[in-house]
Design a protein around this ligand. Structure first.
Ligand code: TXA
Ligand code: MG
Length: 327
């Protein structure tokens, strides 16, 4: 008997959506595109499938997952939406925003996915392939980024394949993603809290709420509120040096805008997140370019400064994690 250790990759189609649906229904693991990054999906109501998912990603089990649903109505079956949560859902869903809300009595999401918390993180993705799979299944789907824990998040099906081939059942290839950084996570508590900067800029959320978002306050030694806060995360193998104003010979350069810093001529390779300094374009390129530069094993990756407004907050957050000391 031969054992198939490779994972099927299907181009997005109605047939691929059906295959994904039956695979998820049977407790399988399916990677699929969302507008932010590729997600690794499992039936959120199936504890055994979720246990396999943690194993495939080699993810610390205390890190809770986001439940993805097709629309607000499905979201309200698993989470309780107060006025602020409702306002945010109506303004930004479907889209790159995750809301953490109290679970409903009848919440079907497995305890393993919420790490035993009384709250659940919910997102309604906009990507047509994600939408089609969620509608076909009619159940919430947990989907962390489809990479091994600690690696750079995947923005193409090829990235997913490189990280998870043989460890998951299926990859649906919907081409490169458009947003490129993970969803913004807002905790809808008494005062809404920004738990993770992401694809919806803080400014846009604050404009809808008419008030500033609070910063999370993790009690010392406590389990992280949004363990996206684990310090080294999104880590390339090469050392990453931020706010570089010059390039050392042999370093790769992750540039942003023009002009390039002194020493760029001697860089092993230069990739510009956005020649024109456009933050939306930069977010879409971020993870793919980090992977591409890292692939050539440079002596290090120098990163030019990136502004901190709009999507720049999420970009700088991910870059800071990529540069953080490794465990
Ligand atoms: O864009 C995205 O959000 C992608 C795509 C695939 O949808 N997914 C994603 O999932 O980034 P993941 O698992 O990598 O990030 C989930 C984050 C973690 O930081 C986790 O701690 C936080 O959500 N989270 C989940 N449930 C939570 C809860 N009840 N309270 C606070 N944080 C929670
Ligand atoms: Mg991730």
């Amino acid at each position: 008997m031969t054992v198939d250790l490779t994972t099927a990759v299907l181009p997005a189609s109605d047939q691929a959506v059906q295959t994904a649906e039956s695979c998820l229904r049977g407790g399988g693991l399916v990677a699929f595109p969302t507008e932010t990054v590729y997600g690794l999906g499992a039936d959120a109501t199936n504890g055994a499938a979720i246990a396999r998912l943690y194993q495939a990603k080699a993810r610390p089990a205390f890190n809770p997952l986001i439940a993805h649903v097709a629309d607000l109505e499905a979201a309200q079956r698993i989470g309780r939406f107060g006025p602020a949560a409702l306002q945010l859902a109506q303004s930004f869903w479907p889209g790159p925003l995750t809301l953490v809300v109290p679970k409903t009595e009848s919440c079907t999401v497995a305890e393993l996915a919420t790490a035993g918390l009384a709250t659940v993180a919910i997102r309604v993705p906009a990507h047509p392939v994600a939408q089609a799979i969620l509608r076909a299944l009619g159940r919430p789907v947990v989907a962390p980024s489809a990479n091994r824990s600690g690696h750079v998040s995947p923005t193409t099906a090829a990235h997913v394949h490189g990280d998870l081939d043989g460890r998951i059942d299926l990859i649906v290839d919907g081409g490169p993603v458009t947003v490129g950084v993970e969803s913004t996570i807002v905790g809808c508590f008494d005062t809404p809290v920004l738990l993770r900067p992401g694809g919806v800029p803080r400014e846009a959320i604050e404009a809808v709420l008419g008030a500033p978002l609070a910063q999370p306050q993790a009690p010392a030694g406590a389990a992280p509120v949004a363990p996206g806060m684990l310090s080294s995360h999104y880590a390339p193998r090469s050392a990453v040096r931020l706010n570089a104003s010059s390039v050392t010979p042999g370093e790769a350069l992750l540039a942003f805008g023009q002009p390039l810093p002194p020493g760029s001529e001697a860089a092993s390779r230069v990739l510009n997140l956005s020649d024109t300094g456009d933050l939306t374009e930069a977010a879409a390129h971020l993870f793919g370019y980090l992977r591409a530069l890292d692939g050539k094993s440079p002596i290090g990756i120098a990163v030019m400064p990136v502004p901190t407004h709009g999507l720049g907050e999420a970009i700088n957050d991910r870059l800071a994690r990529a540069a953080a000391p490794r465990p």
